[in-house]
Design a protein around this ligand. Structure first.
Ligand SMILES: NC(=O)c1ccc[n+]([C@@H]2O[C@H](COP(=O)([O-])OP(=O)(O)OC[C@H]3O[C@@H](n4cnc5c(N)ncnc54)[C@H](OP(=O)(O)O)[C@@H]3O)[C@@H](O)[C@H]2O)c1
Length: 373
């Protein structure tokens, strides 16, 4: 029986994780649940799964719970220290996940990693202390599976697939509304990652995530658009063989794999990919129309602290867009301008990463006030 701690249990990945765990009660036990402020949703989850510990990071009210209850970021740190877990599913959204992911990695056991921002911002620190990382992101789960049997020197390139988002075929992006950006053509996900998919920033963050997970240079990490989201990623070997991992676009598959690896769990028939009639298309990404992907490569080429600035400016840009304060087309503009003027030293600890993240967000807000409002 594996003991599982879920960070971000009330979100899209968190809920899907609990669905998988619920289907295999003899294999997994939920020992801790952590959310931001959704007290009602967390209460329902603790009633159903009876964990030993629970935490709300941003909630002041009372919380009725039989186990040990923690509050705030310092409470979350204590929970990670106190609770004995085999697997931590890291699924808090955004840079709020950096410190918790680092603490869980340092504690040991398996890190089932969904929070890509923690690797984008603090990859070097996390990879160094983690005992084992199994990716949850579908593309990285695919690469993890494709690379299992291959020698590193036999790999010519790793190829991340991207659906291309909701606006791949739309000519005029200036009129895109938050409601339109929140509708992903293939995946059902949280708000931030859905908007990031529509700008291709999600793929940019995933390129950086892949860099830290698999240790290939940026020149060997490529992106192709694959509108059907069936091939989750590919590896091209030096003899030009391509190895791909395919499946229906449903996060329960990569989540189940991250929980059960190296075994496989028999998932129910509704997740079967039907082959007759299947068609697969691959296209080059349009980086003129979606500059966020190039901005991510550029930030990573410049090195630290720029990936942190990139991620922070993106979080601010998406938030302002969702509040209706800036147009969709201003998202890459705000990120590019923030990257241009940011001048912070490279961080030498995870705490310094968090500080650069804070300063970069302040800077991005100033840039927005000066150029965009
Ligand atoms: N959704 C997907 O299919 C998918 C796929 C691949 C990778 N990912 C990655 O997985 C991560 C989670 O994505 P998601 O779509 O599941 O996000 P989501 O639906 O927005 O859920 C986010 C979760 O994080 C919690 N949270 C937010 N701020 C917090 C804070 N300051 N402290 C503690 N908990 C906090 C939320 O709690 P409250 O409910 O209380 O706010 C919620 O449980 C992201 O990094 C995303 O890029 C997601």
């Amino acid at each position: 029986m594996k003991r599982v701690l879920v960070l971000g249990s009330t979100g899209s990945i968190g809920k899907n994780t609990l669905k998988v765990i619920e289907a295999f009660p003899d294999k997994f036990k939920v020992v801790g649940l952590v959310a931001g402020k959704s007290a009602g949703a967390l209460r329902e989850q603790v009633e159903k799964f009876s964990p030993e510990a629970a935490c709300l990071v941003n909630f002041e009210g009372s919380f009725d719970f039989k186990g040990k209850f923690y509050r705030g970021l310092s409470g979350l740190k204590e929970l990670i220290e106190d609770v004995d877990f085999d697997i931590c599913v890291s699924a808090i959204t955004g840079s709020a996940g950096i410190l918790p992911t680092y603490w869980a990695a340092k504690k040991g056991g398996r890190l089932a990693l969904a929070n890509k921002e923690s690797l984008v911002c603090a990859g070097g620190f996390i990879v160094k202390v983690a005992e084992e990382i199994v990716p949850v992101d579908s593309e990285h789960s695919a690469l993890f599976q494709c690379l299992r049997k291959e020698r590193k020197e036999d790999v010519a390139e790793i190829i991340l697939t991207a659906s291309g988002g909701a606006f791949r075929e739309r000519e005029d992006l200036s009129s895109v509304t938050p409601e339109e950006a929140l509708k992903h053509p293939n995946w059902s996900m949280g708000a931030k990652v859905t908007v990031d998919s529509s700008t291709l920033m999600n793929k940019g963050l995933e390129v950086i995530e892949a860099y830290w997970l698999f240790g290939f240079p940026l020149e060997k990490i490529r992106v192709v658009i694959h509108p059907q989201s069936i091939v989750h990623s590919l590896v091209r070997l030096v003899d030009n063989s391509l190895i791909a991992q395919m499946g229906v676009p449903d996060m329960r598959i990569p989540i189940a794999y991250a929980l059960s690896y190296p075994e496989r769990l028999p998932l129910n028939g509704e997740l079967e990919l039907k082959l007759p009639g299947l068609s697969l298309d691959f296209l080059e990404p349009d980086v003129e129309k979606f500059p966020c992907l190039s901005l991510a490569y550029e930030a990573m080429r410049r090195g630290y602290p720029y990936p942190i600035v990139l991620n922070a400016a993106d979080e601010i840009a998406v938030e302002l867009f969702l509040k209706g304060k800036i147009p969709f087309t201003a998202i890459p503009v705000l990120i590019e301008k923030t990257l241009e003027i940011a001048d912070f030293p490279p961080p030498s600890s995870v705490e310094e990463v968090v500080e650069v993240d804070r300063l970069s967000k302040e800077l991005a807000l100033k840039v927005a006030e000066e150029f965009l409002f």
